[in-house]
Design a protein around this ligand. Structure first.
Ligand code: 0O2
Length: 210
């Protein structure tokens, strides 16, 4: 257990630091006339049981985890609109506090499961008492609709261990299509939504001042 604490320490630190930094990007948009492409940010360190399961499934020896498992540190950035996703990716590409090592576009190329999301794998330098340590972290960028579907599918996957009964499989596929259509519809009335949101936050500001 002490070994796991030591191994996961830099990942925990990376997740905490990245959450502060990427939430900071959202706060900066609050004082900017542009609409924030980031709705909210979450992060987690993969639980030990999931690390072991995935290593087992993929045949990764435990001494290769650091080099081969890219999502022990995981960050999610949620957006309102599909177009916001590439804006967030551009913002990540401009940063110089980490290096992008890989990008996976499951939006243009959705997975057979119906999963959609944009993954950016980064090498993030963590400062430790033994010096700098670069760790891999995966940033998943998705819309609220994509996140809803992925969260539900993930729970069902956990229950059925990937062996979905036919009716559930069919419903999940239909739900994935519905989430896709929801994203399309929201994109079409994006201007209206943003105007209403700007009006709402101006009103809130005025009320706070009075
Ligand atoms: P958790 O519990 O989220 O940590 P592979 O497992 O081979 O598909 P690989 O090579 O690690 O994946 O890379 P990938 O697909 O870019 O990233 C894996 C992570 O993406 C998963 O982590 C999920 O978070 C998410 N993901 C990928 N495919 C799906 C999917 O079909 N459904 C859902 N709900 N999420 C998906 P873990 O380790 O599976 O899980």
């Amino acid at each position: 257990m002490k070994h796991w604490d030591q191994f996961l320490g830099p990942y925990k630190q990376a997740v905490e630091e990245l959450k502060v930094k990427l939430k900071g990007m959202r706060s900066q948009f609050e004082s900017d006339p542009d609409h924030s492409p980031i709705e909210f940010v979450t992060g987690r360190v993969k639980p030990i049981a999931s690390i072991l399961d995935k290593a087992n499934q993929k045949g990764v020896p435990l001494d290769r985890l650091e080099a081969e498992m890219q999502d022990i540190a995981g960050i999610r950035m949620m957006c309102q609109f599909v177009d916001d996703i590439m804006k967030v990716v551009e913002l990540l590409r401009m940063r110089n506090d980490f290096e992008i090592v890989e990008e996976r576009d499951y939006i243009s190329h959705k997975k057979a499961s119906g999963y959609r999301s944009y993954h950016v794998v980064i090498a993030y330098p963590v400062q430790t008492i033994h010096g700098e340590k670069k760790i891999l972290a995966e940033i998943q960028i998705r819309t609220l609709a994509m996140n809803f579907w992925a969260t539900v599918e993930h729970s069902l996957n956990y229950k059925y261990k990937g062996m979905f009964p036919d009716d559930i499989q069919m419903r999940l596929q239909r739900a994935a299509e519905a989430a896709f259509r929801l994203d399309e519809e929201m994109s079409l009335i994006r201007g209206e939504i943003q105007e209403a949101q700007a009006f709402f936050s101006r009103n809130k500001e005025m009320q706070q001042k009075n």
